[in-house]
Every structure is written in structure tokens, then in C-alpha cells.
Design a binder for this molecule. Structure first.
Ligand SMILES: [Zn+2]
Ligand SMILES: [Zn+2]
Length: 336
């Protein structure tokens, strides 16, 4: 147990301050301690030499509202039997009365204003996008047409290659043992050090517990700090070990790209280039076709890629209407 310190209290009736905790009544006006009494420490050196007879808090008589010592079974003022309320209960009630109400109503309109501001900004952005991003129509005429058709030719021939496996039908030229990958192999332990934080007591501070009867009890509270200590530990050390495998150099017969045949024209009927293949050793590798048209309006020329069906609907000199997006690309073409 810590030391006992005598507290003080103020009289609400005559205004006398610093009345010693041992006084149950105000020495100035004689009024007993009431519900508006709060004990406090004036000087931590007001240590009580002998033991304080009362350890428990005072209790308040519910009839005359005066405080009585813990040991009293009846109120010294009016003689009523002890009731339940202690000094701490009364303190709690007093505190609750003084608690200010949180201002709820005022924050709501501010939030609403913020929302309205953002809604207006969003609306303005949407409107800007709508008006600036609107596509527009433009009168134009077809000034050029072109087409191109291509056929790739593949040839079946011997090719050189290499790899970690030998494909079916390949002819091996050479093989060798090579490093394919590395794996981690445990080698040894190494003793290393690291800093480990630990908490320790740097000192004590004195705190005071209100006894609720005019006295306070002091007690010590430890204060903590953090320090680091060096700790040894064993770290696993690995080494890289090569993993060998067989690397093959080989030749194999394979279809490979050889050449491209091209046919092209302007405002005429498209056709495929003449395909002449060497039997057994050559084959068609794929076809590609492209149809383009140039339309010119007041802003200049627009080159359009289109399907053959669409392309065939137009001739050079035709008048057309182009639908042009905000970014300048042609979205649609119509005959005028
Ligand atoms: Zn007084
Ligand atoms: Zn009483």
C-alpha cells in the first residue's frame, strides 16, 4: 500500500477553499459535505502520519443529502438508515449532468451543400462531353479506290533447329550436356546477429487514488521504454548447383514461309494472284485481302478500310455523307 495523503474540498455554501479532508463540516459556516463536494489534492506532501481510520468512500444520505463515513450505519445529520449511494456514485452523476450535448443538427446542411457542389460539377462534365463529343455529318466525294489480295506460299524443306528434346522424324546432328537450370542446395549454417526490441521499466510515476472520504492513496505506475538487444541466430546458407540435360542440334522437314503473291488495283473488279505451286513441296499458307477508299471533304482526305461488299457499292466521283466523331474518325458512310 502506498502513502495516504489528506485531500481538500471547497465549501459551496460560504465559499471557503482548501478545507482539510478530515473535516466533515465546513469550519467557516458549519455546513456538512454535500453532493457538490469534490475532493482534490492541494499538496502531495500532505502525507498522513498515522493510518486513516476510514478506507471506504463516504456515503450520501438520500433524505438529507449529507455525507457520512463508511463505518456509520445511520446518518449523523438526520438519523436515517444508510442508503446505497457512495461519493463515487454522486461524482458520476455530477459528471453526466455536465456532459455537453454533441452538436448533431449543424453538420447536416454542410454535408448536403458538399453533395450539391459535386453533383453540379459532374453534370457540367457530362454536358461538356455530350456537346463536344457529338459526331457531325460532312459532305464528301469518293476520290480514290484501291484493293489488294495476297496469298502466302509455304515450302516443305529441311530446317536447322535445336532444343532440349528431339522431335519425331528429326535427324540429330549433334548433342551435348549443357546446364539447363540451377537448384538451391543446402550448404551450411552461418551464425548471424539481429537486433530484437524489448520493453523495460525506465522508472515509476506516482499516481493518486481518490478514496472518496477526504483522503487519497498514492501508488506507483511503472513507465516503459524500448531498447534493443543483439541476438544470435542460425541462417541456412544455400549454394546453386547446376542441373545438366541433353541439348540437341538437329534438322527436320517442316512447312516454312517462302514468298507472298500479290494482286492489286484501283476502281476495278478484284481478283486473286495466279497461284502456281510445285507439287508435293509447296502449299498455300493463307490469304489476305484489303479494300480501301479515300473520301475527301472540306477538311481533307479520309482513308477508309471496308468490306468488299460495302466497297463495291461506290465508284470514284460518287457524292457521300460521312459521319465524323469528335476525335476525327469516320464512323459511318452513306450514299447521297
Ligand atoms: Zn462553509
Ligand atoms: Zn441524513
Amino acid at each position: 500500500m502506498g502513502q495516504m495523503i489528506e485531500g481538500r474540498w471547497d465549501c459551496s455554501s460560504c465559499g471557503r477553499k482548501m478545507i482539510p479532508g478530515r473535516c466533515k463540516h465546513c469550519p467557516g459556516c458549519g455546513k456538512g459535505r454535500g453532493e457538490d463536494v469534490t475532493f482534490y489534492i492541494a499538496d502531495p506532501n500532505d502525507v498522513v502520519a498515522s493510518d486513516v481510520p476510514e478506507q471506504g468512500p463516504d456515503w450520501m444520505c438520500e433524505y438529507c443529502e449529507s455525507y457520512n463515513p463508511d463505518s456509520a450505519k445511520f446518518c449523523a445529520n438526520c438519523g436515517a438508515e444508510r442508503s446505497g449511494k457512495t461519493y463515487f456514485d454522486v461524482q458520476k452523476e455530477q459528471e453526466a449532468k455536465q456532459q455537453p450535448q454533441p452538436p448533431v443538427a449543424r453538420s447536416a446542411p454542410a454535408k448536403k451543400g458538399g453533395f450539391l457542389k459535386w453533383a453540379l460539377i459532374a453534370l457540367a462534365v457530362l454536358a461538356a462531353v455530350f456537346f463536344l463529343g457529338r459526331p457531325h455529318d460532312s459532305d464528301a466525294s469518293v476520290t480514290a479506290k484501291s484493293w489488294q489480295r495476297q496469298i502466302a506460299v509455304e515450302v516443305y524443306q529441311w530446317v536447322k533447329d535445336s532444343g532440349w528434346s528431339l522431335p519425331d522424324g528429326a535427324v540429330m546432328q549433334s548433342s551435348s550436356r549443357e546446364i539447363r537450370t540451377y537448384r538451391d542446395v543446402f550448404d551450411h549454417y552461418e551464425t548471424r546477429t539481429r537486433q530484437v526490441p524489448e520493453s523495460y521499466i525506465t522508472g515509476y510515476s506516482t499516481q493518486y487514488r481518490d478514496m472518496g472520504n477526504g483522503y487519497f492513496e498514492s501508488y506507483q505506475v511503472p513507465e516503459y521504454g524500448t531498447r534493443y538487444r543483439t541476438e544470435e541466430y542460425q541462417e541456412k546458407i544455400y549454394r546453386q548447383e547446376p542441373v545438366y540435360d541433353t541439348w540437341y542440334e538437329y534438322t527436320e522437314q517442316r512447312w516454312t514461309y517462302d514468298r507472298t503473291l500479290t494482286a492489286s488495283g484501283a476502281d476495278d473488279a478484284p481478283y486473286w494472284p495466279e497461284l502456281t505451286l510445285i507439287a508435293e513441296s509447296e502449299r498455300e499458307g493463307g490469304r489476305d485481302e484489303e479494300y480501301r477508299m479515300v473520301c475527301t471533304d472540306k477538311d481533307g482526305a479520309h482513308s477508309l478500310r471496308m468490306t468488299q461488299t460495302e466497297w463495291e457499292k461506290y465508284k470514284v466521283g460518287d457524292n457521300v455523307v460521312l459521319t465524323i466523331s469528335a476525335s476525327g474518325t469516320v464512323q459511318e458512310i452513306k450514299k447521297k
